[in-house]
Design a protein around this ligand. Sequence first.
Ligand SMILES: Nc1ncnc2c1ncn2[C@@H]1O[C@H](COP(=O)(O)OP(=O)(O)OP(=O)(O)O)[C@@H](O)[C@H]1O
Ligand SMILES: [Mg+2]
Length: 291
Amino acid sequence: MTSPTTTSSRAVAERPVLLQVRDMTVQFGGVTAVNGLSFDVHEGEVLSVIGPNGAGKTSAFNCITGFYKPSAGTVHFDGADVTGWRPARIAIRGVARTFQNLRLFGELSVLDNVRAGMHVRIKQNAFDAVLHTPRFRRSEQEATDEAHRWLDFVGSHGNRGAEVRNLPYGEQRRVEIARALAREPNMLLLDEPAAGLNHNEKEQLLDLLRRISSLGTSVVLIEHDMGLVMRVSERIVVLNYGKEIADGTPEQIRNDPAVIEAYLGVEDPDEADEADGPDETTDGPSEGGRP
Ligand SMILES: Nc1ncnc2c1ncn2[C@@H]1O[C@H](COP(=O)(O)OP(=O)(O)OP(=O)(O)O)[C@@H](O)[C@H]1O
Ligand SMILES: [Mg+2]
C-alpha cells in the first residue's frame, strides 16, 4: 500500500468482495443493537454506513473488528471466516479502524502513536531488541521514517515529538488515521471521523479519504455529516433500529422514501419541510450535521 497506485475504475459490483457480513445480530441484554444485518464491501470501495443515533452502526463495526462477538451471524474478511476472532488477529489480517471517541496514547508523542500502529506487522527479534544490534536500530529507523511518511500523508505537520494529548482535536483525529494506515490495512473503518471538525478540516478529510481509496484500500465510513457522505461514497448502507433499510448509490439513498422517513420521521418531505423551517433541505438525509 505504500506505493500509491490508483485503483481500477471498474464498477464497484464487479470488484471482488473483501468483507462479507451475513445475518449479524448483536444483543445487549434485552437490547437488540444489530438485527440480522447483511452487506458486502468490495475491494477499494468507499462505503458509508449511516443511520440515526443508536441505529447500531458502532456495534456493527465492533463485531467486524473483533471488539464484540456477534450473538448470531458471520463475518468473512479476505476469504477467511473471522467471526469471533480477537481484535489483534483481525488487525493482522488487514483490518484497521478508528474510534468514535479517540483512542490514542495521550502521553506518548505523535510519532510514537503512529509507530505503535506498525507493531502488528513489524516483527522484531527479542535478542536484537535487548542488545540494540545494528539490525534492531535499522528496523527502528525504518519504522520512524515510515511513521513520518504517514503523518505527511494525512497532512499532520505539527511537532511530532509533542504529547498527543496536547494537540488540537482535529490534529488528534489525523494522528489516529495515520496510526491506522501505518498498519497498511486492506480495509479501513472510520467511526465518525468528521465529528468535531471545522469546515476546512472536513474538506481536508474528504481529500484524505479519496487519497486513501486511491491507494487501493477499502474505506468504510460511519458518518453523520451527509454532505461528506454524499460526496465521498460510492455506496451507502442505511441502518435503522439495527436493521438495514437501504443499500444503494448516494443518489438512490437521497431519494429513498424509507431513508427519508427514518431520518425525518415522516413520509412526506414537504411535511418535514414545514416542521423544520424553510431553510432546511429535506431532499433526503440532511447535509452538514447530525440528523
Ligand atoms: N456495550 C453496550 N452495552 C449495552 N448497550 C449497548 C452497548 N453498546 C451499544 N449499546 C446499545 O445498542 C444500540 C446501538 O448503539 P450503537 O452505539 O451501535 O449505535 P450507533 O448507530 O453507533 O449510534 P450513534 O450514531 O449515536 O453513535 C443503542 O441502543 C445502544 O444504547
Ligand atoms: Mg456510534
